[in-house]
Design a protein around this ligand. Sequence first.
Ligand code: MN
Ligand code: MN
Length: 294
Amino acid sequence: MDYEDKIKNTIEAGKVAKQIRDSLKIKVGDKYSNICEKLENKMSELGCEYAFPVNISVNEITAHDTASLKDDRIITEKDLVKVDIGVHKNGFIADGAVTFDMTGEYGHLMDASKEALENAISIVKAGVDTSRIGAEIERTVKKRGLKVIENLTGHGLDQYIIHSDPIIPNYETQKGTILQEGDIIAIEPFVTSGDMEGHVTEMDRCEIFSASSFEPTRNKDARKMMEKIVNERRTMPFAERHYVKKPTDKIAILELIRNGSLIAYPVLKEKSGGMVAQFEHTIIVGKDAAELVF
Ligand code: MN
Ligand code: MN
């Protein structure tokens, strides 16, 4: 695929993602499983596919949470809900996130994340150092007495690859990367309160996986499962609920995790229990400005 195709497919994925996000409503009482299923089905109906399972990360849970196999969790009136949506067309990805506040108490976190994202996008063009983008995000968030999550970053997007170079930091770094015209990047400032650590740590729970290399196993179900996953997902993430339809499927997945055929992405939470807001856009780096994809 050439450059034109890459841009065309990314913009198409972005249109679908935008349509889904714009009609998205999160209400108290909504089931996580219904939200994920509905959004992912809509992507297919609109001619695309999920680039990663719809992430629903609530309160101090910051990323990588999604509906589990038999998930009875519902959205409550105490929840700050981050919905992260990834849509792909022929492997070209639009990645974006929005936060919904069920409590009415966290507008300041959401405003800071939104403003940091807007300010960051406003300085994006070919030749800009990613460190400057990080500095702009950090400055915007600090000015409000709040903190960014330092160990989560934006990223480049490549065909079938959700996190590629360059890293887009959420704070000023020593050494960055110079953005090139045509780079496709996602910027995503995660914001928490000023008195929190501003770091995420892995939880024991893991809902999201992707194929690594096919490692040998004597379990025939596991071999068949890996083949199916690689065929359908290539290097893109999936959730257990997408592949476990019967008990032997669950055993097959466990075997593929055990033997290192699958990469696990544990659920991430803010270390000190801080509430976290996140907004994210995917953009194309232009000669003089950024073009919004999603
Ligand atoms: Mn995302
Ligand atoms: Mn992202």
